[in-house]
Design a binder for this molecule. Structure first.
Ligand code: EPU
Length: 340
């Protein structure tokens, strides 16, 4: 275990925003969390941070940040059709995906290049190109900071929703590891029907193709690279807002004025792309000081250099207000503001 006092978080959030925390603790697994529990760390102000890809620091964090460096990947069950792989929370999601693809284990390839730790993947129910964590997570092992116990939640108990899970409203649980159910070639289904994924493939592929997973991974990485900024170069947190889910009557009202508006049926309501709303409201490529709206994808806010969390938040509020004014639709951040 390593502990750093008065720690600078600029490299621990993908926006690249400077902020400090009182203490930053790297821990290697459950035993070390127990030590922190005995030290009563969880009685005070604390939070768990993985890659910091969904956080906006609008000031220093007066508390302890814990960060998992446990990165083990282990096959716990295997048969002819599929396998169960346990991955520890500190592993970077994309490193695991690269490994899974190299082993020809299917299921996570569409999630390639999402900046995220394994620990955060079920909390956020991360998703891209027609796949969400909920489609591959079999169970999640957690440490309960209230009593130092360990428990496991099934997929159903995780109550996954769009960029949501029960972990969001139960921050007492720290994810230790995630069990993923992945497929072997004999039972493989490829998911290629989201947006332009199928047409972006270099050639048609089928589940039997030996390099199908690699081709999907490379295509997803290429599409993301074309549309989304690389956090190592331009600070951002991916999509800043969630796509709003509205009643069909709202979509009908909007379609009468904007017949080309894209939307997707979703249960009883409809999902409208926030990126489209923001672009139509005139924000794409615009900036307020050092905080900007990415010129290739309006859902992404960027740090143009030297932005503070407050700069980004001010821009976000202006966007929320103008979308509300123009369309009567409320969009809300996917990114978590700290302090809230
Ligand atoms: N659109 C615009 N203008 C824009 C951006 C988008 O008109 O500036 C329109 C597109 O033309 C398209 C629609 O909006 O019709 C959807 O766009 P896109 O396929 O790029 O996806 P998204 O809804 O903007 C979501 C996820 C992304 C994920 C992609 C691909 C959310 C909040 N975002 O974005 O996830 O990579 O789908 O699956 O659901 C993230 O969560 O950080 C993230 C990047």
């Amino acid at each position: 275990m390593k502990e750093y006092k008065d720690y600078q978080l600029k490299a621990n959030n993908t926006f690249g925003i400077p902020a400090k925390c009182d203490s930053f603790i790297e821990y290697a697994g459950c035993e070390e969390l127990k030590v922190l529990y005995d030290r009563k760390v969880f009685d005070g102000q604390w939070m768990s941070v993985g890659c910091g890809a969904n956080l906006l620091f609008c000031g220093d964090y007066h508390g302890v940040i814990i960060h998992s460096v446990a990165r083990n990947v282990e096959v716990v069950e295997e048969n002819d059709r599929d396998l169960l792989v346990r991955v520890e929370a500190g592993c970077v999601l994309d490193d695991f995906i690269a490994y899974a693809v190299s082993m020809d284990w299917g299921g996570v390839e569409n999630l390639s290049a999402i900046p995220c730790s394994i620990g955060a993947a079920p909390v956020q129910n991360v998703g891209a190109y027609g796949v969400e964590a909920k489609d591959v997570v079999e169970s999640v092992l957690v440490f309960d900071t209230r009593d130092g116990s360990i428990c496991s939640f099934t997929n159903e108990e995780c109550a996954f929703g769009y960029r949501n899970s029960m972990f969001k409203s139960n921050p007492q649980y720290v994810v230790l590891s995630v069990n993923f159910r992945l497929s072997k070639a004999s039972s493989r289904q490829l998911r290629l029907d989201y947006g332009n994924l199928r047409s972006a493939l270099p050639a048609p592929i089928s589940p039997e193709d030996k390099d199908a997973l690699r081709v999907i991974r490379e295509t997803v990485c290429r599409i993301r690279h074309e549309k989304l900024p690389d956090p190592a170069v331009i600070g951002s947190a991916g999509s800043f807002f969630k796509n709003p889910v509205v009643d069909r009557s709202v979509v009908d009202r909007l379609l009468s004025e904007y017949p080309k508006m894209p939307f997707y049926e979703m249960g009883t309501g409809c999902k409208v792309p926030a990126g489209w709303l923001i672009e139509q409201a005139g924000w794409k490529g615009r900036n307020l000081g050092p905080a900007g709206v990415y010129e290739k994808q309006a859902l992404v806010l960027v740090n143009l250099g030297g932005a503070t969390g407050d700069d980004v938040w001010r821009l976000a509020q202006s966007i929320v207000n103008s979308v509300k004014e123009k369309f009567g639709v409320e969009i809300s951040p996917e990114v978590i503001k700290i302090p809230s």
